[in-house]
Design a protein around this ligand. Sequence first.
Ligand SMILES: [Zn+2]
Length: 210
Amino acid sequence: MAQKDSNGTLPLNETIEIPVRSGRAFLLQKGQRLTVIDPRGGQVSDLLAFNLHDQREVISSGRSLDYASRIYLTTNDPLYSNRSNIMLRIVEDTVGRHDFLLTPCSKDTFRIIYGDKEPHQGCFGNLAEAVQPYGIEPDDIPVAFNCFMNTVVDGKTGELQVLPPISKAGDHITFEADMDLIVGLTACSALQSNGGSFKPIHFRVDANRP
Ligand SMILES: [Zn+2]
């Protein structure tokens, strides 16, 4: 599998694996496309984005859901920053169900919801480690766009349920960058989000389109 070079730029058009319960960060230039693939089906991948040139500009669930007036985003929907600039656009989506409500799973998620005594660091810890070399602190990590995560909401009570993803092996979602970005990406570590088992995630960065 390909590795990032020293400045975080990935080889183009190569499929890269994120191992089970881990994460990584890389650069995505304006105009490049990022495809996140669920190779086995039923696996979530948390995605973070920061403006490469000013890392205080971050992906914003609140802005994106507000402007879409929907909680389920799919093809043609933009993902906005906290400054209301478009960071990414969803250009292809074979699943149509992703979560943008819940924070990355973390030690505290596993302690509070699962009662784990020695909790895994989760997507939050994996993302914090991956983006730390870019000068991004754990407190700067926002709600991620959770590819393939199947959170359903009772329309009357607002009750949330995290159900197994509906993604099948080979399903994917493709984003096009609207600005130069630092991207964090995981293979999610929470049993409930992933239908009870942990699988890897694949992704690919494609060159600018003519
Ligand atoms: Zn997770």
